[in-house]
Design a protein around this ligand. Sequence first.
Ligand code: AQP
Length: 334
Amino acid sequence: MEKKNTVLSLVQPSGNLTIGNYLGAMKNFVDLQDEYDCYFGVADLHSITVPQVPKDLRRRTKEVVALYLAIGLDPEKVSVFVQSHVEEHLKLYWVLNSISYMGQLSRMTQFKDKSQKNEENLNAALFTYPTLMAADILLYNSDYVPVGEDQRQHLELARDLADRFNHRYSDTFQVPEPLIIKSTSKIMSLRNPDAKMSKSDVDVNASIYILDPPEVILKKVKGAVTDSLANFDYNDEQKGLRNLIDIYCAFEKVSPEEVVEKYKGESYAKFKEDLAQIIITEMSQIQEKYNEFISNTQLLDTILENGRDRARNKAYRMIDKVYRKVGFYQLGKK
Ligand code: AQP
């Protein structure tokens, strides 16, 4: 049987998941599960790089798993796991730290952004977050990593670290490729079209959460920042409208030109109402399934146990190899 390529991606349980997370990453996971050997995880280790309330973190971890199932991931086909359950991530992280350069890490835009927002909590883990992300990816010899545009720079670092390790020791890691779907790779804030929609944005009206009720989605879309040009078009000057058109296209699988053609001469309000209905329809279907899964802790735990075992089965072999290559003394081995 032909060996399947490996795909890995993780989502942080650091807030309520947004349609940015959904369109930029998660929705694509579903399309990949038949063709690839997939590992989709919950990045709880990453999430403590900014302060979390412990009980919320535990609850959200479960919520991400229930959402994975609700969007259509099949745990028979993919390994769904929690990052902290597979300790090999941390083992590889340490080794990769030894070949991560401070200069390169300090150029990471996410570090710069998040450190500005958390000046009182400038911790070392936030600084080395991309090294842990590289460990996540390289541990499974991932070929492809489906992520949003905001993660591209981190993925470049993972590629550099793979190359560096392979040169310093010997060929060990697959050099991973990002899988970034251009049209949905960066969904912007509804309140500020220059900023990314983000689950940790303090303004709840800036994001549509996957679990938002219909009336809230309608209100948020209606309140989304557009412009006063009264010109239904898709261009760089009308960023707010362009972002809404991108969202429309992602849900409806149509092109911006088709949307412009359909709404030319219409009011923004009419377009917003239609867009809200489209989002509501898809989110309602997900929410219905989510509600079934979230109340079934036993099922979620069984899925996570299986996912952990499958992930570890691959991960421990990689760590064994890496430890041998870097020269760690291993009992019973030459
Ligand atoms: N606005 C976005 N548009 C497209 N893709 C996005 N992603 C995040 N925001 C957008 C993608 O979602 C996946 C999971 O993201 P994450 O949990 O790793 O955290 P993040 O990238 O830092 O996203 P957030 O929502 O902004 O989280 P916080 O606020 O906790 O930092 C990734 O593949 C990401 O690219």
